[in-house]
Design a protein around this ligand. Structure first.
Ligand SMILES: Cc1cc2nc3c(=O)[nH]c(=O)nc-3n(C[C@H](O)[C@H](O)[C@H](O)COP(=O)(O)O)c2cc1C
Length: 469
């Protein structure tokens, strides 16, 4: 096909999906001789990875995180610990400033639960990072699903899904007030001649008295390039979609087939419109894993080699953690059916049950599927074959791109940069350079700040001179 044929087709966007742990979505792979997961607790690992991602013009490094552990399987954390299945897990924020220092364009997106940390403390940390990265910070807003993550915070049990999102809605109001309304743009004077650092008349107290939070005081940090970090969300229940429609600029999805994504994309875009935003204000990224080589044969051989290291039991323990269902006592040939979950990620279970009723998964099949690449698809093949699949997924579901997970790291991202990127570029479906500006601008925003349709923009203060009139 000529370039013109592709002219109307949207570019495919790529993030790298990571966890500060020896295992993210392909448990057991840390034993592979070429894998560097054992170095997950060193800056060298993260800095080298980030440079590779920037070579592949990847939009952002998306750091998943939670303070929960996979302790549902067999009623204890032992299976997860034995396999290093997302435990140990470190705070992903700590490595970001080192990564920022060795990169220029890579976005740095971090997950933080809007039910856990006081919003004031969190807002300050994000503002600091937005300064240090010159506006490359994104925040993946999650509401959690694991009992283990609230027990360590002194709570007896996790709030209901609806209430977790209600808390998160109020959390957003608090952080918007801090980021958007507390400091006027020209409050920092930094005048060495007069000795005035900040004009106090342009810094305003936030007075928030809500159902869940009370915050009285000024934001601690002067305005950062983006003020509000680029907002992402993950969690696709109906309530989650409503939350995403209101707040998110990017949405992270996961599911084993195209069929399960399409309805989520259209329903969430509809929620955005209901919230007074535009359908195209949202971008969707689904998790996927690529195994490629110069030829199909080379890719298959890699896959067969990787498969020797998988640990399906750990994958099942992780799925038990996500859904809250203890699969350790299930017959491996038992079919998995949908059930109502209050804790747990309903979308994880839905993807393997009611969103595609024709495909019935047994426990064994699910464990094997999830052992490489977790809940997402695995694209195996020569660059042309993989590019075909990526294009199909984007064109048929309405998503904008992918969160690339890995089997062997950083090999998977080196292969992406060296083999897949040139193929996609040739098809006119991948950028050839980063856009200038902040992360929000690089992702297509008109400015570094939230657009006017976004509810966070309503908290902006009119310029001082206008208020006086
Ligand atoms: C692709 C994807 C990534 C997620 N990443 C995280 C994460 O890093 N940390 C976390 O606590 N929850 C994560 N979640 C869980 C969601 O944030 C959410 O809490 C959960 O899905 C329950 O909400 P739901 O029922 O609306 O789906 C993720 C979910 C998806 C689909």
């Amino acid at each position: 096909m000529s370039c013109a044929d592709h002219h109307h087709k949207k570019q495919i966007r790529i993030n790298a999906f990571a966890l500060h742990s020896p295992v993210h979505h392909s448990p057991g792979m840390w034993r592979h001789p070429r894998d560097r997961s054992l170095h997950y607790n060193t800056l060298d690992y993260w800095v080298d990875l980030a440079k590779t991602l920037e070579r592949g013009l990847v939009d952002s490094l998306f750091m998943a995180d939670s303070i929960g552990v996979n302790d549902v399987y067999g009623g204890s954390v032992d299976t997860a610990l034995r396999h290093g299945a997302q435990v140990p897990k470190q705070d992903p924020v700590m490595s970001l400033s080192a990564i920022a220092y060795v990169t220029r364009d890579l976005g740095l997106c971090v997950t933080s639960n809007a039910n856990h940390e006081p919003p004031y403390v969190f807002a300050r940390r994000m503002s600091t990072l937005d300064h240090l990265t010159r506006g490359r910070i994104g925040w993946n807003i999650v509401t959690g699903f694991a009992q283990s993550s609230v027990k360590v915070l002194g709570k007896n049990g996790i709030a209901s899904r609806d209430e977790r999102y209600d808390i998160a809605d109020e959390y957003m109001d608090v952080v918007y007030k801090l980021w958007e309304s507390s400091w006027e743009d020209d409050a920092p004077v930094r005048d060495t001649a007069t000795g005035v650092f900040v004009d106090p008349s342009k810094v305003h107290r936030v007075d928030h008295e809500g159902r869940y939070f009370k915050v009285h005081g000024i934001h601690m940090t002067e305005p950062s390039p983006q003020r509000t970090p680029v907002l992402f969300q993950a969690g696709s229940s109906a309530r989650g979609q409503r939350f995403a429609g209101r707040h998110a600029e990017g949405i992270y999805l996961s599911g084993p087939s195209k069929k399960v994504l399409t309805p989520v994309v259209s329903a969430t875009r509809a929620e955005a419109v209901k919230a007074g935003r535009a359908a195209h204000d949202l971008r969707f990224y689904t998790m996927a894993t690529i195994i490629t080589g110069r030829t199909s044969r080379e890719a298959r051989d890699k896959y067969e080699d990787y498969r020797r290291f998988v640990t399906p039991e750990a994958a099942l323990a992780m799925f038990s953690g996500w859904t809250g269902i203890d699969f350790s006592s299930w017959d491996p040939d038992e079919p998995i059916r949908y059930m109502q979950l209050d804790a747990g990620t309903s979308s994880a279970l839905e993807g393997f049950t009611r969103l595609d009723p024709e495909r019935v998964w047994t426990v064994r099949e699910l464990a094997l599927h999830n052992a490489i690449g977790g809940r997402g698809p695995v694209f195996i093949g020569a660059p042309g074959e993989v590019a075909d699949a990526l294009e199909e997924w984007v064109d048929e579901t309405g998503i904008d791109g992918f969160n690339l997970s890995y089997t062997v790291t950083p090999e998977a991202y080196e292969d992406f940069a060296d083999l897949i990127v040139p193929e996609l570029q040739e098809r006119g479906r991948y950028k050839t350079r980063y856009e200038p500006g902040t992360l929000r601008e690089k992702l297509g925003g008109d400015s570094s700040r939230l657009n006017d349709r976004h509810p966070g923009a309503a908290f902006r203060r009119a310029p001082y001179s206008l208020q006086e009139r």
